[in-house]
Write a protein that binds this ligand. Structure first.
Ligand SMILES: *Cc1c(COP(=O)(O)O)cnc(C)c1O
Length: 472
């Protein structure tokens, strides 16, 4: 498979280049030239197979080429998800749990840092390790985090030799546990930057650095955010795994996805484009509802970020939306470059009425206030004795609204359970009166020393900080 940019018709690149560059030289995002498809017979043949085996089949068309053989891909997947790997705490990797009639949770938080990002990042780090194994140069991983990418990236990347990891988080805007998961990591090659700004500022800064081609080349900068195609590709796998858990007498499931950067829900769109039968993909937002407003009106209009109790979704600029938009406008890269420029200069753009209707046929939407989120954590606990995290609760709230609006139906609704409730003790306590304890391997970090550097939201200061360390 070759990869093209959403913003210009330059010559296609290999999977290796797409993964190592992260961002295309024109500032666009990489997408496969075409969507590979699976026939329904092939899909059925995956029923009952392990997560690693399903991943091998789904990822093959995206990655197999002269840089990665079938056996090498299988080895990476086995190291991450196979029976002898102990990275995830359940052999199913992403268990599907029923919480009510026709309602399910897809648990994506069984990895070492307790959020869904462990699944793509464990894979991505090994894939990058493979792609660069014969390179003598050092690698510099860089990422912006709204809370969970940072620790998942640090955990996955820290074991690569010759690699340093720089993570920018918005100072004071992530939970204490999320922060400690990053700042107490033992590796001295991990650098935490507490940026005086929002997640959107962190992400814009990372994108600007990646667009600085001299800087990127000099320090071998590789992004670990979901702008990296390697992450999105891996996330499509659990949509397949979840849908395959139902038998043919069921209607295809609808997925409700708590959304920030539009990466997770875009992976669902990729699965759909590959031929996985599904109902709608429902984008669930907290009060930072730019995507909700887009699907309601056809206009993307930026607003202020207001902190919520689901901080990993406190985002206004959803990078991966550009990937969907590219398909929506008929893969017209000039049109995308124009829309993105308008968005960056004026903070808004609008799609045509026809494109808006097309988008709403694929995606549903809903939102939950903090009050509704907390009420849902309490309600699910009272009804099932299960504790869900605030992001998951946003999704379950939206799922219940969605079911009410569509009327009687047997179509299963799967809400993606994005994080473990132990990551957000304050909100959980507010909802049900007690916090969920951290799993044992994470307990030590509440006493460990933190390493973090507060930095002003200033490109040159961040650049100097990185080059001071990497160039030394
Ligand atoms: C990252 C994250 C999200 C948002 O996912 P996107 O791919 O950015 O849309 C939602 N919930 C949790 C817990 C997360 O960590």
């Amino acid at each position: 498979m070759k990869y093209i940019s959403t913003r210009s018709a330059t010559s296609p690149v290999t999977a290796r280049e797409a993964v190592l560059n992260g961002l295309a030289p024109d500032g666009g995002l990489y997408l496969p030239e075409t969507w590979p498809t699976l026939s329904s017979i092939e899909l059925q043949s995956l029923k009952g197979r392990s997560f690693a085996a399903i991943a091998g089949r789904i990822l093959a068309p995206f990655f197999l080429d002269e840089d990665l053989s079938d056996a090498e891909l299988a080895k990476i997947l086995d190291d991450c998800f196979g029976p002898t790997s102990s990275i995830f705490d359940t052999p199913q990797i992403t268990p599907l749990v029923q919480i009510a009639d026709h309602q399910y949770l897809l648990e994506l938080f069984h990895g070492p840092t307790l959020a869904f990002k462990d699944i793509p990042l464990q894979f991505l780090a090994r894939l990058i390790g493979h792609y660069t194994q014969n390179r003598a140069t050092n690698l510099t991983f860089i990422g912006a985090t709204s809370g969970d990418t940072g620790s998942a990236a640090i955990h996955a990347c820290a074991h690569l030799k010759n690699a340093r990891t720089f993570i920018l988080h918005p100072a004071g805007k992530i939970s204490e546990i999320q922060r400690r998961q990053m700042t107490t990591h033992v590796s001295s090659r991990v650098y935490n930057i507490a940026l005086d700004g929002t997640f959107d500022d962190c992400q814009a800064l990372v994108k600007t650095l990646l667009n600085d081609h001299d800087f990127t080349k000099q320090f071998n900068l590789i992004p670990v955010n979901s702008i990296n195609w390697g992450r999105i590709a891996m996330q499509t796998v659990y949509y397949f795994a979840a849908a395959l858990a139902f038998n043919e007498t069921h209607s295809p499931p609808t997925f409700v996805v708590p959304t920030g950067n539009f990466g997770n829900v875009f992976a669902g769109y990729v699965a759909r484009s590959m031929g996985l039968p599904m109902g709608q993909l429902v984008v669930a937002s907290n009060h930072n509802d730019i995507l909700y407003r887009f699907f309601k009106t056809g206009e993307m209009a930026i607003d202020r970020v207001v902190p919520s109790c689901s901080p990993s979704m406190d985002i206004q600029v959803s990078s991966n939306f550009e990937r969907f938009l590219f398909d929506l406008v008929g893969r017209d890269s000039r049109a995308i470059a124009h829309l993105m420029e308008k968005f960056s200069n004026h903070g808004n753009f609008r799609v045509t009425a026809a494109d808006h209707i097309k988008a709403c046929a694929i995606f549903g939407t809903g939102r939950a206030s903090d009050e509704q989120t907390i009420a849902m954590i309490k309600r699910v606990y009272n009804e099932t004795k299960m504790v869900i995290d605030p992001h998951t609760a946003v999704g379950v709230h939206v799922a219940q609204d969605y079911m009410k609006n569509r009327g009687p139906s047997h179509e299963p609704i799967i809400s993606l359970a994005c994080a473990h409730p132990a990551k957000f003790p304050d909100t959980i306590k507010k909802a049900i009166g007690f916090a969920v304890p951290l799993p044992d391997p994470l307990k030590h970090m509440m006493q460990a020393t933190e390493r973090v550097t507060p930095i002003r939201n200033d490109l040159n200061i961040v650049k100097n900080y990185i080059s001071g360390i990497v160039g030394a």
